[in-house]
Design a protein around this ligand. Structure first.
Ligand code: WQD
Length: 344
């Protein structure tokens, strides 16, 4: 068994896909999750895919005493991939303190115990929301971090600053990965996005509309300054994203990182509008998706897609899956959910 990696938020959407890729690359994985936005059944699903269930601790990173016990029992960790955080943009506007407390206290506790137990490597789950609406597209890692559009985005900005200050004053080495828009599901159809309640994000809303759980998709505005008037994003397959985390943690373990903190955009480098996403879904499924154009959603940026040169050249990683593959896998997962693949 290879080096031992802690994945916080490992029963979540991106976390679960990353656990599978880590295991399939020979790492031993332990998972911490408080199950606030996922279910323990995902641990069984991961085991069905990779052949080995990761050791799972139902634990809240904000619970200092419990986290200390965990680190005492797992003092041989080679690194941590930190996903665990609340991530609903709209909810963060409604309950900012819930987001600041959870997302920041969990990071602070984690960093403190990593230092105390001499765990030297962290890969951090960040987001392209730190860029706001970039002045120049595609957006590079050198683009200015702008005032966040939401408390959620602000917790990501503050977290990156906390990590930067920590690496500058300790032995910690870190890589911050700025995700664009992760969508799709594992080809096994055993894990995928698990939106509890009404989905905030576009693709789960599309698949729930197609399966009949939602009456129609609301397209939030078609009066943007874009070719078809709808907002543009850089959609990336969640498995491509997961693979980037294996590359990043391996880079730290091998000591081939160049700076104590490195930052990478994880996208495809291609912008896709809401209408183009809808058309891709219809093309792949042969279905007609009911939708209605409504007003813009507050806080949405009109256009953002990644310059992925740095990740391509320095990480040696590139997104490979197409938009059609993303939509096909998302649809397969929705159908499996409807067929009761997860009894939870
Ligand atoms: C995509 C596009 C919407 C729903 C957010 C976070 C980001 C990350 C991903 C956590 C936008 C439009 C959406 C709908 C629509 N989350 N849309 N109808 O807002 O780009 O990114 O989620 O890490 O940090 O900011 O993703 O999927 O919500 O929206 O028209 O029912 O689809 O306006 O243009 P977003 P999204």
């Amino acid at each position: 068994m290879g080096e031992k990696i802690l994945v916080t938020g490992g029963t979540g959407y991106i976390g679960s896909h990353t656990v599978v890729e880590l295991q399939q690359n020979g790492f031993e994985v332990v998972v911490i999750d408080n199950l606030s936005n996922s279910t323990a059944t995902i641990v069984d699903q991961i085991g069905r895919i990779s052949g080995k269930k990761p050791r799972f601790y139902e634990l809240d990173l904000c619970n200092e005493a419990a986290l200390r016990v965990f680190f005492r029992e797992n003092h041989d960790l080679a690194g941590v991939i930190h996903f665990a955080a609340y991530k609903a943009v709209g909810e963060s506007v409604e309950f900012p303190l819930k987001y600041y407390h959870n997302n920041l206290v969990s990071l602070l506790n984690l960093l403190r115990f990593m230092e105390e137990f001499e765990v030297p490597n962290m890969v951090f789950s960040s987001s392209c929301t730190v860029y706001g609406q970039p002045e120049v597209l595609p957006v590079t890692e050198q683009a200015p971090v702008k005032k966040a559009f939401s408390p959620y985005g602000n917790t990501k900005q503050i977290s990156e600053e906390i990590i930067e200050d920590t690496v500058n004053s300790s032995a910690l080495k870190a890589i911050s990965l700025r995700y664009f828009n992760p969508i799709g599901a594992h080809e096994s159809g055993l894990i995928g996005e698990l939106p509890i309640g009404i989905p905030n994000n576009l693709v789960p809303f599309i698949t729930q509309t197609a399966i009949g759980k939602r009456q129609k998709l609301m397209v939030f505005g078609n009066d943007y300054d874009t070719p078809d008037g709808t907002a543009i994003r850089d959609y990336i397959h969640v498995v491509d994203l997961a693979k980037a985390h294996v590359v990043a943690i391996s880079r730290l373990l091998k000591g081939i990182h160049k700076e104590s903190l490195e930052v990478y955009n994880l996208g495809t480098g291609k912008g896709t509008s809401v209408m183009e996403a809808i058309m891709a879904f219809e093309r792949v499924t042969g279905m007609k998706l009911p939708y209605e154009i409504t007003s813009r959603r507050t806080g949405d940026v009109p256009r953002v897609w990644a310059d992925t040169t740095l990740a391509n050249l320095k990480l040696g990683w590139r997104a490979e899956k197409s938009l059609d593959e993303m939509m096909a896998s998302a649809w397969m997962w929705e159908k499996n959910l409807a067929a009761g693949i997860l009894e939870f």
